[in-house]
Design a protein around this ligand. Structure first.
Ligand code: PAF
Length: 280
């Protein structure tokens, strides 16, 4: 496995390769990331992983400065797992040698809702860096986790609208045994909050059961779940039952006719903001 820090070295390593599979990350790798690397091997060869904490997708009051940067440990994990051929770990100057004035702005009906509403500029930052990384790596296929459901949709739509020759593969969310979705930010949870954290997924499962049992009162379900979480000490940003295809609010008829839905949640526990979702 090679670790490269410049676009020039990356291109040297990948010259002539016809089916590069790419997994972009911000590092602090956990079993969820490693599962994406393994899946990537089934879709292409060689596998390239990037590790880059992208300033552009953090809001002014977010955790860019304190985001866990663990490059040495990450590289060791990737080397041990033997799925990755090249790790691309550029520094900030390599990817942003000048202020990034050209940006990719997602359509507001997708980019300004849910996560976009609570993290203004987030999807612009994600789309811009993903496009830049695609330009650097030039992969044929890229793997994204479903945990960041809206991000996956934004990237898919960007590829479709710009006709980028990159196939986007979605990978199921990897969870701890108690159901908590693996995330680099879980390290921020106190011991007490770590015990409470799986409750978010448990509530999503409860919503799934209610819908499966034929309940159709979407807003009531969302509000009741919000209330449950509030009472347990969470600060929910949203609990939202949406259509899988475009994240729009489903009509009553669509809920009754079993339109594929997804329930998405974001909530703070202590100072840690967790997101999760469940397809229905
Ligand atoms: O999901 C992430 O880790 C990031 O948003 C990504 C896709 C690597 C872009 O910085």
């Amino acid at each position: 496995m090679k670790v490269v820090h410049s676009i020039h070295e990356l291109r040297d390593q990948l010259r002539g390769q016809l089916r590069v599979a790419f997994v972009p990350t911000m590092g602090n790798l956990h079993a969820g990331h490693l599962a994406l690397m393994k899946a990537a091997r089934q879709h292409g060869d060689p596998v390239v992983a990037s590790i880059f904490v992208n300033r552009l997708q953090f809001g002014p009051n977010e955790d860019f400065a304190s985001y866990p940067r663990t490059l040495e440990r990450d590289v060791q994990k990737l080397a041990d797992n033997r799925d990755v051929y090249v790790v691309f770990a550029p520094n900030e100057l390599e990817l942003y040698p000048e202020p990034q004035k050209f940006r990719v702005e997602p359509p507001s009906d997708l980019g300004d809702i849910l996560e976009g509403q609570y993290r203004p500029g987030f999807f612009e930052g994600v789309s811009t860096i993903v496009l830049k990384l695609f330009a650097c790596v030039q992969p044929q296929v890229a793997i994204f986790g479903k945990k960041d459901y809206q991000q996956l949709m934004v990237v898919r739509n960007m590829c479709r609208q710009f006709q980028l020759p990159v196939e986007i593969i979605a990978h199921e969310t990897v969870r701890a045994e108690d159901g908590l979705a693996l995330s680099s930010r879980n390290v921020y949870l106190s011991d007490k909050d770590r015990l409470e954290a799986p409750k978010l997924y448990a509530e999503l499962q409860r919503i799934q059961s209610r819908l499966h049992l034929g309940e159709t009162a979407r807003e009531q379900i969302e509000q009741e779940t919000t209330q449950v979480l509030l009472e347990r000490g969470w600060q929910p940003d949203y609990i939202a039952i949406r259509r899988q295809r475009d994240l729009c609010v489903p009509t009553l008829e669509e809920i009754i006719s079993k339109e594929p839905l997804v329930v998405l949640a974001a909530a703070k526990l202590g100072s840690t903001r967790l997101i999760d979702n469940l397809e229905i």
